[in-house]
Write a protein that binds this ligand. Structure first.
Ligand code: SAH
Length: 348
């Protein structure tokens, strides 16, 4: 299907069933978008931390290896990544882990055939899964998700003069537009936000919560750790964070569904809460910049720059991009979920 066709498919869905919830629109548009291209890198639509520098994936690999070693190297431990993009983070993390003779089997949760092919080029012998449900049920799991949760569909609730409504996507004069639907949803709004002025938007992330709860349940049963990194906030809070980026520039999320990605900021408080319904320990969220520096990003950058003086400037620029507050350092947050009997993780 071309983006024009997915637009038509959404159009006829609306013609048949009436306006559709924003979450449904986001799900359909993103499924198409990721299934049909590699969106990453300078030539694509957006760039992510592992694509900026090998140091990102390496530090994540060492973070996992450290936990595994301190847990006395349990056999049968699996490495799992959700939404691995080009496989760059995993390749860098696995290389760092090999340095301490930790070579776990690799599992990728990825729905896009295009990105699966890119991942296969960088990581040999991975196993692919359509969802987290088929990840092995025995042995500790070391799970990482970078910029995965922001791509999962969010519901948007909007305040009107007559109460809160689900925000829906309709068709108006040949364009997709978002407006308040007819279904009252006041009971979903936390008390302290209920009186927000008309037009206020509250986002809920049931799909993200379902995945996190599933992860926690497995960690509680099987052991291991999960690391969730994304851009987000500490909610609940009013705000419309649905956004779309094309060739590194923000564009209207309701124009041309499927032609570019749709993301929403992750509410880390609600994610931590969803994790905490199982018997696990939750650490963070902390700012990505602080976390990376605590793990030794500065030292790693210095040693890489020393080993390759002609690349020193590029390496130091990458470090800045990952940690500076005005760049990725503060907006991005890191959350860890640990099995109850696993050691305390570094950096929190
Ligand atoms: N983690 C990578 C890529 C981020 S882009 C990086 O940091 O560079 C989002 C990734 O999540 C892509 O690999 C995309 O195909 C995948 N993805 C998005 N929605 C998904 C879903 N519902 N199920 C599985 N994978 C999904």
């Amino acid at each position: 299907m071309t983006p024009a066709n997915i637009g038509q498919a959404i159009n006829s869905l609306i013609a048949r069933e009436g306006p559709i919830p924003v979450a449904r629109y986001m799900e359909l548009a993103n499924r198409h978008y990721y299934a049909t291209r590699d969106p990453l890198g300078a030539a694509g639509d957006f760039i992510t931390a592992p694509e900026i520098s090998q140091m990102f994936g390496e530090l994540i690999g060492l973070w996992f290896a450290d936990l595994w070693l301190r847990k006395e190297s349990p056999a049968n431990t699996h490495f799992v990544e959700l939404g691995p993009g080009r496989g760059t983070l995993a390749a860098d993390a696995l290389r760092a882990m090999r340095g301490v003779r930790f070579e776990p089997p690799v599992h990728f949760v990825e729905t896009s055939p295009v990105l699966r092919a890119a991942q296969a080029e960088r990581v040999a012998n991975a196993q692919w899964h359509d969802s987290f449900a088929t990840i092995p049920a025995r042995g500790p799991l070391l799970i990482v998700a970078n910029e995965f949760f922001d791509a999962l569909p969010v519901r948007q609730l909007v305040a009107t003069h007559s109460g809160w409504r689900e925000r829906v996507v309709a068709r108006d004069r040949g364009r997709f537009v978002a407006l308040p639907g007819s279904r009252p949803v006041d009971e979903l709004v936390p008390d302290k936000l209920r009186d927000s002025p008309p037009g206020s938007i509250l986002e809920l992330a049931p799909a993200a919560h379902a995945v996190v709860t599933e992860i926690s349940e497995r960690l509680a049963r099987q052991g291991g750790a999960a690391l969730i990194i994304d851009y987000g906030y500490e909610g609940p809070a009013i705000g419309d964070s649905l956004q779309s980026v094309s060739r590194h520039r923000p564009v209207d999320p309701f124009a041309e569904p499927g032609a570019r990605d749709l993301t929403a900021h992750v509410d880390f408080v609600s994610l931590a809460f969803a994790a905490g319904v199982k018997v696990v320990r939750v650490f963070g969220p902390v700012a990505q910049g602080d976390w990376l520096e605590a793990l030794g990003l500065g030292e790693r950058a210095a040693s890489l720059a020393k080993a390759a003086p002609h690349r020193a400037e590029e390496i130091l620029a990458a470090r800045k991009r990952l940690v500076e507050p005005g760049q990725m350092g503060r907006l991005f947050r890191v959350l860890a979920v640990l099995a109850p009997d696993w050691p305390r993780p570094e950096g929190f």
